[in-house]
Write a protein of this length. Structure first.
Length: 497
């Protein structure tokens, strides 16, 4: 039987970015399901997170939550209502997520948790007695406010047997030191995607990928659902897309079962803490789509904690062109200041049909097809980014006495020593090749033949070019704007520094 709890006053708790409503209580020792319904309205300017305490008595077998909210018409250019949801158990809501039990954002209108099973995005396990918290995330609020309704249903009975998670192996059947292709930013039905892990695995294999990384929004619930997808031909790493209100970061290849909290903004000065957590858990910190225009997607945390940056996200767009230019400026700064440089990556960020898995893909030179070896190659920048498995690059720089260096490496030569830069390409019909240095684009080739195969060479010196990277671009539609990328490389550095 449902009970209308009505409107409840909001009480500020902790940081100004969170509010807590009055608690919802249930009778102890009840038989059959019990439901409570909460209604209220959030005004414009609401905090990032609103908590609804739920007092769970002993003897509960299942927690089930459904919710909805109004979507009034708004003027053009004004954000309408969008309300995310998740839950923390009796261990609390402290930053760090010890009590985290699941998050579906705005992808679902209901979820359940019990010992043996949970809705994708949520963690199965006992529904223990104590104060649980629903967490509401008013992503955007219309000028009229956001009116919501939440129904919480508890089912009593024996809890059932908890499931033991099984995670994918950290090694696949590699080819020793070789180039391996991967897509490190993917979404399944464990967040706002529509594909199952099995469907993603099949599409990854069809795309010619050797490895993928699970990266659901703000939840690690998918980690225990990839073991059957992995195989000798496909390495499955696990992680999370940490989706804050000031940008998204892919935690790439963390230890299975690692949860990374997302409840902070750049002004809270907390990102460094969670970047370090990602690395302690064996993962890489990769800011995603840093110049995306969706609300909350633009990267505001800086790149001091990053291990790599996602420069190309999905089909190539003007956002990616800006990200590429920004990354190139970071390369120039690293040369000028004599500090470490930040490698680039590309991933599909695919969610559902018709999103193409492996568009683009990061092609990594690694010692083997293992989690650690792939991460080492990405961290070192021994990689290039391509729009498909049909496109391959071989990029080298060589000096006058047989010295040579490949992608992500340094050719140690004197400033005036002649250097020959060479890019061999397959699978890029009618594309042009550009060599980009710290001075900008210094060489552009004629279009490659319709066969898509060719090699382009250019001579320079370390005094003239501190680094060289290669771009392969499709023909431009018109005017001076370069065509969309087909592929690009991380740089080769020149000089003895």
């Amino acid at each position: 039987m449902g009970e209308d709890i009505g409107r409840r006053a909001m009480v500020v708790t902790g940081a100004a970015a969170a509010l807590t409503l009055g608690s919802v209580s249930f009778a102890s020792g009840a038989e059959g399901p019990q439901s409570r319904t909460i209604r209220g309205t959030l005004p414009t300017g609401s905090p990032d997170f609103v908590y609804v305490p739920v007092e769970v008595p002993p003897g509960v077998r299942e927690l089930r939550v459904s919710y909805g909210y109004d979507r009034p018409a708004v003027p053009a250019g004004t954000a309408g209502n969008a309300l995310d949801i998740g839950v923390f158990d009796e261990r609390g809501t402290d930053l760090g997520g010890r009590g985290f039990r699941g998050w579906s954002g705005g992808a679902r209108t209901e979820f359940f948790i019990r010992a043996d099973e949970a809705t994708p995005g949520y963690l199965p396990g006992p529904v223990r007695a104590g104060t649980w918290h629903l967490v509401l995330g008013p992503y955007t609020v219309a000028p009229q406010g956001l009116s919501y309704e939440i129904t919480v249903t508890l089912t009593y009975g024996e809890p059932g047997e908890s499931v033991r998670p099984v995670y994918p192996p950290e090694r696949a059947g590699g080819r020793g030191r070789a180039w391996y292709r991967g897509d490190c930013h993917l979404h399944s039905w464990h967040s706002d995607g529509r594909r199952t892990p099995a469907e993603i695995g099949a599409l990854a294999r069809a795309a010619g990928l050797d490895f993928i990384n699970s990266s659901e929004h703000n939840t690690h619930s998918a980690h225990a659902h990839w073991a059957e997808v992995a195989g000798d031909d496909l390495l499955v790493m696990v992680g999370e897309e940490v989706t804050t209100r000031n940008g998204h970061v892919v935690a790439l290849g963390t230890d299975p079962g690692t949860f990374v909290d997302w409840r902070y903004r750049a002004r809270d000065n907390r990102f460094g803490r969670f970047a370090r957590q990602i690395r302690r858990a064996g993962g890489l910190v990769v800011p995603a789509h840093p110049h995306a225009t969706c609300i909350g997607c633009n990267w505001k945390f800086g790149f001091g904690e990053a291990d790599a940056v996602e420069v190309w996200n999905g089909p190539y767009t003007p956002d990616d062109e800006v990200a590429l230019a920004d990354w190139d400026s970071m390369l120039v700064a690293s040369v000028r200041e004599g500090r470490e440089w930040l490698p680039a990556m590309g991933s599909s960020d695919s969610h559902r049909d018709p999103d193409v898995i492996g568009l683009p893909q990061t092609v990594v030179l690694a010692d083997d097809l293992t989690r650690r070896a792939i991460q080492d190659g990405i961290r070192a920048g021994r990689s290039y980014i391509a729009e498909s498995a049909g496109l391959t690059l071989a990029f080298t720089a060589s000096g006058g006495r047989g010295e040579h260096a490949g992608i992500g490496e340094r050719l140690r030569v004197d400033p005036e020593t002649p250097v020959t830069v060479r890019l061999a390409v397959t699978g890029a019909p009618r594309c042009t090749v550009r060599f980009v240095t710290d001075q900008g684009v210094l060489h552009t080739s004629a279009p490659l033949p319709v066969s898509g195969e060719g090699a382009v060479e250019w001579r320079t010196t370390a005094a003239y070019a501190a680094y060289v990277r290669a771009e392969v671009r499709h023909e431009a539609a018109a005017g001076p704007v370069p065509g969309a990328l087909a592929a690009f490389t991380n740089p080769v550095f020149l000089g003895r520094r």
